[in-house]
Design a protein around this ligand. Structure first.
Ligand SMILES: [Zn+2]
Length: 326
C-alpha cells in the first residue's frame, strides 16, 4: 500500500524521538500544516531511501503534505544533531516539492463565504451568484433576518437560490461582545441552536462570530482561547466549525476596497500555489454582506469572480463539501 512506509515498519527501530524544527512560515495557515513534529527514527540500518510513495488513497497527498517527516538513521554510526536537523529539513523540502507537484495536477477549489447576512448587500450578492452561475456560502445571523420585511425577503432569496447555501453564524452575532458571549458556552450554544431553528438551516455548519476557529474531521485549530469551549461543545453535538484562509475587506458605504481585486486575487492564487491554506488545494475566502451594498463594491465582487474564472480552473464550492482531499 504505502511503499515508503515499508522502510519504517519492517525495521526494528532502536530509538524514536522527535526533533522540533523552525517552521517554514507562509501565513497563519501554515501553522496547521507544520504543527506535527518531524520525527527521526534511529535504526540499525543506514539512512534509507524514504517515502517516495504512490498516491493510491483519497487524501493521501493532503495527508503527506501535513504529515511529519520520518527519517531513519544508523545507530551504529550516529551523526551530529545539526546534521540530523539539516537532513530532516532537506527531506521535508524534497517531500513537499514532490507533493506540491502532484497536488498542482489535481482540481482546485475556492469557497466564497459571506458573513453576517441578511444585510444590505445580500440581494446583490444573490444576483451576482446567479448571473455568474457560481456556488456561494452565506453564514447568516437570524436577528438580522427579523429586523425588517426587506431583510426577511433577502434571507428568503438566499434560502431559495440553489446556488446559495445557508449556514449558521449565530442568532445574535454575540451582540458584538465576543468575550462575554463565549464566557458562557451553554448560552452561546443555545444562540446557535435558536438560529438553526428560526432560519430552518439544513446543515450543521457554523462559523463563530469574531473567531477564526476550525474544528472538523481530524482538524482542530483555535485562534483565541475564548471561544474554544463553545466550539468544542458545538463539535461534540455534530457541528462542523469553519474559519477562513483569506479575508477581503471593502468599506461598505464607499465601496472602497482595503485590498484591490488584483491583490485579493493574487493572495488566493498564492495560497493555492503554495499550499498554505488550511487544506491544500482548498481556499476559503471571507467577505461580509454589507461590503456589497453599493454599486462600486458589487462591481469589485463581479470583477474578482471574472478574474478567477478567466485565469484559473478553480471550482466554486459549497462549504458543505469542504475539504476536497487528494
Ligand atoms: Zn460575523
Amino acid at each position: 500500500m504505502f511503499k515508503g512506509k515499508k522502510n519504517l515498519i519492517g525495521i526494528g527501530a532502536v530509538l524514536y524521538f522527535s526533533v522540533a524544527l523552525v517552521s517554514c512560515g507562509g501565513g497563519i495557515s501554515s501553522k496547521a500544516a507544520n504543527s506535527p513534529q518531524d520525527s527521526v527514527i534511529w535504526t540499525d540500518s543506514l539512512v534509507t531511501e524514504a517515502t517516495d510513495t504512490v498516491p493510491v488513497l483519497t487524501g493521501f497527498l493532503s495527508k503527506r503534505w501535513k504529515d511529519p517527516v520520518h527519517i531513519e538513521v544508523d545507530t551504529l554510526h550516529p551523526i551530529s544533531k545539526d546534521s540530523l536537523a539539516k537532513l530532516v529539513r532537506v527531506e521535508r523540502r524534497r517531500i513537499r516539492d514532490s507533493v506540491r507537484l502532484a497536488l498542482d495536477n489535481k482540481p482546485k477549489h475556492v469557497y466564497f463565504t459571506f458573513d453576517d447576512g441578511p444585510l444590505l448587500g445580500s440581494k446583490a450578492i444573490d444576483s451576482i451568484a446567479k448571473s455568474r452561475n457560481i456556488r456561494i456560502n452565506a453564514f447568516l445571523v437570524g436577528k438580522h433576518a427579523f429586523m425588517s420585511k426587506g431583510l426577511k425577503r433577502d434571507y428568503q432569496r438566499y434560502y431559495d437560490n440553489p446556488l446559495v447555501e445557508c449556514y449558521n453564524h449565530s442568532y445574535t452575532h454575540a451582540n458584538n461582545k465576543f468575550t462575554t458571549f463565549y464566557s458562557n458556552p451553554v448560552g452561546a450554544f443555545n444562540d446557535f441552536e435558536k438560529n438553526e431553528e428560526d432560519l430552518k438551516l439544513q446543515h450543521k455548519i457554523i462559523r463563530l462570530p469574531g473567531r477564526n476557529i476550525w474544528i472538523y474531521d481530524d482538524v482542530r485549530r483555535i485562534d483565541l482561547q475564548s471561544g474554544a469551549s463553545t466550539a468544542d461543545m458545538l463539535y461534540s453535538n455534530g457541528y462542523k466549525i469553519f474559519g477562513w484562509d483569506v479575508e477581503w475587506k471593502i468599506h461598505g458605504l464607499t465601496g472602497k476596497p482595503i485590498q484591490s481585486v488584483h491583490e485579493i486575487y493574487t493572495r488566493i492564487r498564492n495560497y493555492m500555489n503554495n499550499k498554505s491554506s488550511m487544506e491544500p488545494n482548498n481556499v476559503v475566502l471571507l467577505m461580509h454582506d454589507d461590503m456589497f451594498q453599493n454599486k462600486k463594491g458589487q462591481q469589485l465582487l463581479s470583477s474578482l469572480i471574472d478574474t478567477i474564472q478567466n485565469n484559473t480552473d478553480y471550482k466554486f464550492e459549497f462549504m458543505q463539501d469542504y475539504p476536497f482531499r487528494y
